[in-house]
Design a protein around this ligand. Structure first.
Ligand code: FAD
Length: 497
């Protein structure tokens, strides 16, 4: 049996394991941590349950697809429901908007609350859909580093929407072109943070992101985000995948120009195929120290990271939903703090996720589990202790003011996650959430390919390589690897005609 070794049980590694097992490989996943999930973890603080990392779930069909591929019924393993409203947005001037799942209802709400023309909202969402349909086939679903991608009919679709792509303008410029209300522009600009980028630098192409959330939908997996990883691990194990925990890979073994396996702290695993789900930077620096590294790729600017306060709150807030955003006064200054000054804005936009709104058992009666997140730069040696103290104060002041209640007095459980912890727990370079940022228009082409052109048998999946970070893109990276890895048994030769 041909063997595959996968380094890391993040969502990309698990999905790749499923795909390669279906393809007929004997798959072993080596994971440094005591459990699977990587950035996707869960934990309890007393009676409060928290998803530690990702909280927003889009494109659920990419998860369903893995069960179907293995001949299973997805709902036997994993269930989710569409969120409505998707997000509740609050601005410092007291205005607020509920982003309803229905486009017309959302447009009506934006018109009523902000005075934004509803028709313009509908058109922006339609444009986002056109951009997505035109580009996803080429830029997200295939390797950008293979000639056959450029010979596919999907390229014609991408060329067809070239003028809409916003390659020469920033996301912010595109959004200000369409809307004069700075609050609605801020709402649209925020989608840049979905891959850790800056809307004042990232190309207008990133305006495809609202399509995922608004037109396709934002979903909540029953049992929380961790159930995505847990259900896929269950599937993988049924398919015979072996998961080895507490087993960090120390080296990728090579012979000439091909890989032969991996060496962990415990053993050597021979393999025909090695897939690294570890961040690509430490994969080269630590596991392949004698290979020439693709420096230009590895030195691309990182995406943002996060500072998260997990608070068990002994009160319920009727005006809040699963996803809530409390915007800053000056969005441009906030991104300058992150990407130019490499620090945290004193007035950050605050993202508040409360899963107990969807799963009441995630908090005790009368309480809520608050996941309070601020975008911050990736770790470059900042004083995170000081930044955490200052940001906690700023967040408490802001939320207390905007919700009209002293929040600090309601906190009965607390834990903090900073970029240093994200880096040390997952080997994510600098604790960046999404690998490299998309702050320039060549970023998509400068991400590491899903395969090595130097070492035969070596592949890459996960958020630090093509097509990028976030759960859906990690799942797509696994799909691309699944297609690139050779079939186990060559199909029988066609009879000579
Ligand atoms: P990772 O999760 O990075 O896991 C890599 C795994 O490899 C880890 O388990 C690590 O221990 C293991 N590993 C590393 N080195 C070795 C080694 N040498 N040997 C063995 N194992 C090794 N995405 C969304 O879609 N929606 C969100 O709302 C969202 N919010 C986020 C919020 C936070 C706080 C964070 C941290 C991330 C968020 N993301 C979100 C991003 C998303 O979580 C990631 O893009 C995705 O989970 C990364 O998966 P991955 O496959 O790249 O692997």
């Amino acid at each position: 049996m041909r063997k595959a070794a996968i380094i890391g049980a993040g969502i990309g590694g698990i999905a790749t394991a499923v795909r390669l097992a279906v393809k007929g490989y004997g798959v072993t996943v080596l994971e440094a941590n005591p459990t699977f999930g990587g950035k996707m973890q869960e934990f309890w603080l007393g009676k409060y349950r928290f998803d530690a990392g990702p909280s927003l779930f889009t494109l659920p069909h990419l998860v369903d697809e893995l069960f179907t591929l293995a001949g299973r019924t997805p709902s036997d393993y994993f269930r989710y429901s569409r969120l409505d409203p998707i997000t509740h947005y609050f601005w410092p001037d007291g205005s607020h908007v509920k982003a309803w799942a229905d486009a017309d209802k959302f447009a009506g709400e934006a018109e009523r609350q902000l005075g934004v023309p509803g028709q313009a909202v509908r058109e922006a969402l339609q444009k986002s859909a056109r951009l997505y349909r035109g580009t996803a086939g080429t830029f997200l679903q295939k390797s950008l580093h293979r000639l056959d991608t450029y010979l596919s009919p999907d390229v014609l679709k991408a060329l067809g929407c070239l003028s809409d792509l916003g390659l020469t303008t920033t996301m912010h410029q595109e959004n200000t072109r369409q809307f004069s209300d700075s609050r609605f522009v801020q709402l649209l600009d925020r989608f840049a943070t979905y891959n850790g980028s800056d809307p004042y630098q990232a190309p207008g192409t990133l305006n495809i992101i609202p399509h995922l959330e608004h037109n396709i939908g934002a979903f909540y997996p029953g049992g929380g985000m961790y159930s995505i990883a847990a259900s896929l691990v269950k599937l993988a194990e049924e398919l015979g995948v072996a998961f080895k925990y507490n087993e960090p890979v120390k080296q990728i073994l090579t012979s000439g120009k091909r890989i032969t396996g991996v060496e962990t702290s415990h053993a050597t695993y021979k393999a025909d195929v090695v897939v690294s789900n570890m961040d690509v930077v430490p994969t080269y620096r630590r596991l392949l120290p004698h290979q020439k590294a693709p420096e230009q790729t590895l030195q691309q600017p990182r995406s943002s990271s996060a500072l998260i306060f997990y608070w068990g709150i002994k009160k319920e807030f009727e005006q809040l939903h699963v996803h809530n955003i409390f915007f800053s006064q000056d969005y441009k200054a906030e991104f300058e703090h992150i990407f130019k000054y490499k620090t945290v804005s004193p007035d950050p936009t605050v993202y508040l996720n409360i899963t107990s709104k969807a799963d009441p058992q995630d908090a005790p009666a009368g309480g809520e589990n608050w996941f309070v997140m601020v975008n911050v730069p990736h770790n470059q040696g900042q004083d995170w202790q000081q930044l955490t103290t200052d940001t906690r104060q700023a967040v408490l002041q802001k939320l207390s003011k905007m919700l009209g209640t002293n929040i600090e007095s309601l906190i009965e459980q607390e834990q903090v996650l900073d970029p240093l912890l994200i880096e040390s727990r997952t080997s994510s370079f600098g604790g960046a959430l999404y690998g490299s940022s998309s702050n320039n228009r060549m970023a998509a082409f400068l991400r590491h390919p899903n395969f090595s052109s130097k070492l035969k048998g070596l592949y890459f999946c996960g958020g630090s390589v093509h097509p990028g970070g976030g759960i859906p893109l990690c799942l797509l990276s696994a799909k691309i690897v699944g297609e690139l890895v050779p079939a186990v048994a060559p199909s029988p030769a066609k009879p000579h005609q």
